[in-house]
Design a protein around this ligand. Structure first.
Ligand SMILES: C[S@@+](CC[C@H](N)C(=O)[O-])C[C@H]1O[C@@H](n2cnc3c(N)ncnc32)[C@H](O)[C@@H]1O
Length: 301
C-alpha cells in the first residue's frame, strides 16, 4: 500500500470514530506531506518499503532515532532509548478499567502506550505529538501490527479541539516542557469527560519548592519548571480535578534511559554529573518522576 493510501485509510477511520475532532481532520494530510518536513520524503519511502520483508530492518532504521519502546516487529527487535514498558508496568495497576474507553495520550511520542492501552481493553486511543517523526513511526508500527483504533496525530494540545470526549486523558513527560503549565492542565480538563480520569506524569523535585532551571536541566534546553508534588496536585485541583493522588515516584536511572543501537545520540548518562549521579551536570537534583491521578466530577443530574 502506498503511503497516501494508508494515511487516508487511517484518517478516514479516525474521522468516523471521533466526529468531535472534525475541525482538525482536513488539515492533517498536509502535515505528513513532503512540504511539511525536509525528511518526510525519506520517512514516507521507508514506511512503504516495510512491505518488502527483506527491507524491513533497514526501513525501520531509516526512521531512527527510536526513543520510546521497546518494539518487536516480526524478527526485528527495536531496543529503544527508553524502557517505556517499565513506565507502563508502574502505571497499569493504577488505571481505571479501560474497557470500552476512549483515551487521549498527550505528547504520546510514537504511540507506544496506545498499543498497551488497547491491549488493556481501551476501545480507541488518540495520541497527539507535534514531532512528525514519531507520527511516522506510529504509521510504521501500524503497518507491522495491523489496523487498530489507534491514531498518532501531529498536533499540539493547544491546537487540538477542547471536546470532553475522552474517558481517560494522559499527559506524561510533557508538562515540564510547557511555559504555561496551568493552561496545559486546563486543556486536559476540557478534554476529559465528566466522571473521567487524568494521569499527569512529570519530572519532579523533592520538597515543596519547584525548580525553575535558569538554563538547562539534564542538558534539556526546554524545561520551564520541575514542579514539586504539591505543585502538580494544586495545578490539578485548580483546573477542577478532584482527589489528586500520587501513585508512583521513581528516580530515572540509566538502565531505564540510555543510548542504544536504535537511538545513538547521547542520553541520560551524559546528563548526570560523572562524579555524583545524584546531580545533573548543571548541579540540579537528578531526575525523579511522579505520576498523579485525579478525576473530573460526574455531571450533576
Ligand atoms: C518526554 S516525551 C514523553 C513521551 C511519552 N509521553 C512518555 O511518557 O514516554 C514528551 C513529548 O511531548 C511532545 N510535546 C511537546 N510539546 C507538546 C505539546 N504542546 N502538545 C503535545 N505534545 C507535546 C514532544 O514532542 C515529546 O514527544
Amino acid at each position: 500500500m502506498n503511503f497516501d493510501a494508508q494515511l487516508s485509510n487511517e484518517l478516514g477511520r479516525f474521522a468516523a470514530n471521533f466526529p468531535e475532532w472534525a475541525d482538525v481532520r482536513p488539515g492533517l494530510p498536509a502535515k505528513f506531506s513532503v512540504e511539511a518536513h525536509g525528511d518526510a520524503a525519506q520517512w514516507r519511502e521507508a514506511i512503504e518499503d516495510l512491505e518488502e520483508p527483506h527491507l524491513r530492518e533497514s526501513s525501520l532504521r531509516r526512521l531512527m532515532p527510536w526513543r520510546k519502546g521497546p518494539w518487536t516487529f516480526g524478527e526485528t527487535h527495536i531496543d529503544t532509548e527508553w524502557r517505556s514498558d517499565w513506565k507502563w508496568e508502574r502505571l497499569k495497576p493504577h488505571l481505571p478499567s479501560l474497557d470500552h474507553q476512549r483515551v487521549l495520550d498527550v505528547g504520546c511520542g510514537n504511540g507506544y502506550f496506545g498499543w498497551r492501552l488497547l491491549d488493556a481493553g481501551a476501545r480507541a486511543v488518540v495520541g497527539i505529538d507535534p514531532t512528525l517523526l514519531y507520527c511516522m513511526q506510529h504509521l510504521a508500527a501500524a503497518r507491522m501490527l495491523g489496523e487498530a483504533n489507534h491514531w498518532v496525530l501531529p498536533l499540539t494540545l493547544e491546537a487540538s479541539p477542547l471536546a470532553a470526549c475522552f474517558d481517560t486523558v494522559l499527559s506524561m513527560g510533557v508538562i515540564y516542557h510547557r511555559k504555561e503549565p496551568v493552561d496545559h492542565v486546563a486543556r486536559l480538563f476540557a478534554c476529559c469527560r465528566p466522571g473521567g480520569t487524568v494521569v499527569l506524569e512529570s519530572l519532579i523535585v523533592e520538597g515543596t519548592i519547584s525548580l525553575h532551571p535558569p538554563n538547562r536541566y539534564a542538558r534539556m534546553r526546554n524545561v520551564s519548571i520541575v514542579p514539586s508534588i504539591e505543585q502538580l496536585k494544586s495545578w490539578l485541583r485548580d483546573a477542577g480535578f478532584e482527589s489528586p493522588r500520587v501513585v508512583d515516584i521513581t528516580p530515572t536511572l540509566t538502565d531505564e534511559q540510555h543510548t542504544t543501537d536504535w537511538m545513538r545520540f547521547e542520553s541520560l548518562r551524559e546528563a548526570l554529573d560523572p562524579h555524583d549521579a545524584s546531580k545533573t551536570v548543571e548541579g540540579h537534583p537528578a531526575p525523579i518522576r511522579a505520576t498523579v491521578i485525579a478525576n473530573k466530577a460526574r455531571a450533576k443530574p
